[in-house]
Design a protein around this ligand. Structure first.
Ligand code: C2E
Ligand code: MG
Ligand code: MG
Ligand code: MG
Length: 280
């Protein structure tokens, strides 16, 4: 088959496109089942304080334990999820599961700060503050200032004023905010100025080339100075080796996260990781 693009231009019908569309459709249906059958799980990646080298926080990263396809990373389903009505409930589940886990850790003597990624749908949901309050009520060992919500620039873009208001409402509960993948969006500086976030996470695309590129080093230094001038703390993402860890520390970053420090892991493994850290 072919489709007519007007005039005398004919293009062969793209079957790969068709397959992609079908796969997306199937995935959208499966999201509902995944929620019901509790197929989503959280992995946790440590974030360290560069001064003390201690793990001071953990980021919750969603995984899908798919019955046929195995453990799926967000890259293989979050784009489609974001466009589906199920995303609202997935986001609600992430917050709830993350708070519960942090409460368990706190009750067991590991009071870890947690970082939770927000989706666009959660920013548009005016119930976010209430959801946080409900979760805090259900989690007596967890306090609001242990929670940091991460948002990416493309999310905030939709309505800057509204996003700023939502952030300040949640901040009045004690919850903090981070700008994730900082530097990759089209309006990074405007967001830094107007959203009142507490933290930036410099995207790994700036960090990975550091040891090879003085220009990247200068850029990271400038980002740190800018954040410092605004009273915003800095986490460097994507630390893949010792040398890079040294470079971000020298640039003045507060915290670091990356495969060199620790990979994302299931909660039980993280508990073991913390036990060993404390023992040594
Ligand atoms: P992100 O929030 O920027 O998370 C960091 C991502 O970088 C994670 O990928 C992590 O595994 C990966 N990473 C960690 N250390 C390194 C490193 O040293 N080098 C490199 N190259 N990568 C590293 P992951 O878990 O596949 O998540 C990808 C993205 O999916 C996240 O990026 C976040 O935007 C989104 N995401 C994950 N969980 C959730 C969630 O619960 N809700 C929402 N809305 N989005 C989520
Ligand atoms: Mg993140
Ligand atoms: Mg990031
Ligand atoms: Mg990212």
């Amino acid at each position: 088959r072919a489709k007519n693009l007007g005039g005398n231009r004919w293009v062969y019908y793209d079957h790969a496109d068709d397959e992609r569309r079908l796969a997306a459709q199937r995935l959208r249906g499966e999201l509902e089942r995944a929620l019901k059958q509790k197929e989503f799980i959280l992995y946790w990646q440590p974030i360290i304080d560069l001064q003390t080298a201690q793990c001071v926080a953990v980021e919750a990263l969603i995984r899908w334990q798919h019955p046929e396809r195995g453990l799926l990373l967000p890259a293989s389903f979050m784009d489609i999820a974001e466009k589906s009505p199920a995303m609202q409930r997935i986001g609600t589940w992430v917050i709830q599961a993350a708070c519960q886990q942090a409460n368990t850790w706190a009750a067991a003597g590991f009071p870890l700060d947690i970082q939770i990624n927000l989706s666009a749908r959660q920013i548009e949901n005016h119930r976010l503050c209430e959801e946080l309050r409900d979760n805090l009520n259900r989690c007596p060992a967890l306090s609001a200032d242990q929670i940091c919500l991460e948002l990416v620039e493309r999310i905030a873009l939709r309505d800057l004023r509204k996003t700023a208001r939502l952030i300040s409402d949640c901040q009045s509960l004690g919850v903090r905010f981070a700008l994730d993948d900082f530097g990759t969006g089209p309006a990074a500086l405007q967001y830094l100025l107007e959203l009142g976030c507490n933290q930036i996470k410099i995207d790994h695309s700036f960090i990975i080339p550091l040891s090879q590129s003085p220009r990247h080093q200068n850029m990271v230094l400038a980002m740190v100075q800018m954040a410092n001038a605004l009273g915003v703390s800095v986490t460097a993402e994507g630390i893949e080796d010792e040398n890079t860890q040294g470079l971000v520390k020298d640039a003045g970053a507060d915290r670091a996260q990356g495969y060199h420090l620790a990979r994302p892991m299931p909660a039980e493994e993280l508990t073991e990781f913390m036990r060993q850290k404390i023992a040594s």
